[in-house]
Design a protein around this ligand. Structure first.
Ligand code: ZN
Ligand code: ZN
Ligand code: FE
Length: 630
């Protein structure tokens, strides 16, 4: 909502006073209400509302701020809020419920949020219980920048991100001793914060000027609820009060998430406020391309001429509901942008839902290696053409040798790449289980380094440890992995932080947050044909035996990884270095790496407008497919 509209909203003499759906050509909904192209009111979910005379007059007046504002409306002719249980003033019902410690399901721009008073430990825990979400942090909404400064540290870039019209969630460092329930972001030194984006959010924060949890209206990892019938069914049992409205959401869209990394804006989840604005490519696309992305944090990209249309975040395709939405959204975007793809690019992983989808469509296909796509994504964002050294560190990606990669130094361009260096592989035991139970990775690293397992046995059921050890010895249900993300997991366990996680990357996140000691020295490692981390694992275990604090071990580990990158880059000797892959969401790692590389004369490129995690894969696949055509 723009400032002009806000002034009207809070002006008791204005005809749109407290009208929650006011908007103008400078603000309001777009992506979530369009049913088909071109963008005209009759092809949006506003078509059911006929403009009143006053609104029509503004709409027809070229000098008016609402000239051809497709979703314009007022209280006489436009959509309305309503609540369950019913009331005359849904806005006040919502506010009172939140003040009274209730959980509210609130329909927003791209879906439902679940909201509650973020100060109340008991209320937030109740929400966690009902939502079946144990630990994943909740985002909160605050009224304005001044209020954010009472709870979090905010630098200039973060202030700009918070107040941008796109209003993403921004990850900020919590201040100590603040009045926010620990259950909002358990064991987390950060808070995801956003400022109000719709008029009714502004109203809410005006009337209830305290921190409010604002989390996607879903159960654990299901996609966000957006259709009213489904929402009542799914969110009814979670929420005490529902506040909804009769402007249908045609396309669901999550909140975007961002973070300041190494002094720059970095998007981690690209959705509301960003998609589908096109990304300009450094090359021409000959025939339209569809790139299908990965499996987690999925997005797809459509390319034509010199532009890539990157979809909004579509989540984890392992859920049937999410996969259906993914397929429908592809068709919707193709239709909206009138792009009929002639070539489909997909990940090499045979079990990704996106790969299977590609193979179903009768079209020309191009399989793209996962980390090559990460490299190309970063190159395309920065318009690079020359061969670049990609330091691609992430969780898991399918390698050309059918093992799992993820700690990679690749030299390449859009056409091809060489895998010039990587982490020494260890066994990932039990497939996906090794992601949810990082102690399995710790076990693998310990055995690989020839160390005993007694440290693990004191923290994990010894019986399970023996079983997994047997699997390691006999190579049962194991696959070698060079993943840096899994090494972070293992070190988090070895540092004493946690043994199991409730979402991917949680252990690595813990490790980053805890590592606030001053960097003193680094652990030993060897760079030969591979990066051998066994000396480091042994040194970490020595630290453990001497009861060195996790904050020190974590800090030493981060600096060690930075030196692995520095030595790797010096050995390869390519001046342009692209940092990509989910590990670079880690600000500590990314900042130190950028500084060290820059000091040594490397030119460092990071991802800012496109996520460095798997949300950015589709852009890289698209760039590679474009090169393949030419
Ligand atoms: Zn406006
Ligand atoms: Zn009207
Ligand atoms: Fe990845």
């Amino acid at each position: 909502t723009c400032d002009d509209c806000l002034l009207e909203f809070f002006d008791s003499n204005h005809r749109r006073y407290h009208y929650p759906f006011l908007n103008c050509t400078n603000c309001g909904p777009r992506l979530t209400i369009i049913q088909s192209a071109p963008y005209d009111r009759e092809r949006t979910t506003m078509s059911a509302f006929t403009m009143c005379e006053s609104c029509q007059a503004e709409y027809d007046d070229p000098t008016d701020r609402r000239f051809h504002a497709q979703p314009t409306a007022c209280s006489k002719c436009g959509p309305h809020l309503s609540s369950l249980p019913e009331s005359d003033s849904p806005l006040l019902t919502m506010t009172r419920a939140l003040v009274g410690g209730k959980i509210v399901a609130l329909k927003g721009l791209g879906g439902y949020h679940l909201c509650c008073d973020a100060r109340s430990e008991e209320t937030v825990l109740r929400l966690r219980q009902r939502k079946h979400r144990e630990e994943k942090p909740f985002a909160i909404m605050l009224r304005d920048l001044d209020q954010v400064r009472n709870f979090c540290e905010v630098n200039e870039i973060e202030a700009k991100m918070l107040t941008a019209p796109s209003r993403p969630i921004v990850l900020l460092k919590k201040q100590s001793e603040i009045e926010i329930a620990e259950a909002v972001a358990p064991r987390n030194r950060q808070l995801g914060v956003m400022l109000p984006s719709t008029p009714w959010h502004h109203f809410l924060m005006h009337q209830a000027p305290f921190p409010i949890v604002m989390t996607s209206g879903n159960l654990t990892d299901e996609p966000i609820a957006y259709q009213d019938d489904g929402a009542i069914q799914r969110l009814g049992p979670i929420a005490d009060v529902m506040v909804t409205h009769n402007r249908p959401i045609h396309l669901r869209c999550d909140d975007s998430v961002s973070r300041c990394v190494a002094g720059e804006f970095a998007i981690l989840r690209r959705a509301r406020g960003f998609a589908p604005s096109p990304i300009r490519l450094p090359f021409e696309i000959r025939e339209p391309i569809l790139a299908l992305g990965g499996q987690m944090k999925s997005t797809f990209a459509l390319g034509r001429d010199r532009h890539a249309i990157l979809s909004h975040h579509l989540g984890e395709l392992g859920y049937l509901d999410a996969f259906q939405a993914y397929q429908q959204t592809i068709e919707h975007y193709q239709d909206l942008f009138n792009i009929n793809p002639q070539l489909l690019a997909h990940d090499l992983h045979p079990d990704y839902a996106s790969t299977r989808y590609a193979k179903q469509r009768a079209s020309r296909l191009l399989g793209v290696q996962h980390h090559h796509a990460h490299l190309a994504s970063c190159m395309a964002e920065h318009g690079l053409h020359e061969r670049t050294l990609g330091v691609i560190f992430d969780g898991t990606g399918f390698g050309t040798d059918e093992t799992i990669w993820g700690g990679e130094f690749l030299v390449g361009d859009y056409h091809d790449f060489d895998r010039v260096l990587h982490l020494r592989p260890v066994l990932m035991i039990g497939g996906e289980k090794a992601v949810r139970e990082p102690w399995r990775m710790a076990l693998s690293h310990l055995l690989d380094a020839g160390l005993p397992l007694d440290h693990l046995c004191s923290r994990v059921d010894p019986q399970s440890v023996r079983v997994v050890e047997q699997m390691w010895t006999r190579k049962l249900n194991t696959v070698p992995t060079s993943s840096m993300g899994r090494l972070f997991d293992a070190v988090a366990v070895l540092a004493g932080l946690r043994e199991a996680v409730s979402f991917e990357g949680q252990a690595a996140m813990d490790l980053e947050q805890v590592s606030d000691a001053v960097s003193d020295h680094i652990y030993p490692f060897e760079v030969g044909s591979e990066i051998d981390t066994r000396p480091m694992i042994r040194a970490i275990m020595q630290d453990r035996q001497q009861s060195v604090d996790a904050s020190v071990i974590g800090r030493r580990f981060h600096s060690t990884v930075v030196q692995m990158i520095v030595q790797g880059c010096e050995r390869v000797g390519v001046e342009n270095v692209a940092l990509s892959g989910g590990c670079f969401m880690n600000a500590l790692l990314t900042e130190e790496t950028s500084r060290e590389l820059t000091q040594r004369g490397f030119r460092v490129y990071r991802q800012c407008q496109v996520p460095c995690n798997d949300g950015g894969l589709s852009l890289g696949q698209l760039a590679i497919a474009a090169a393949f055509q030419s």
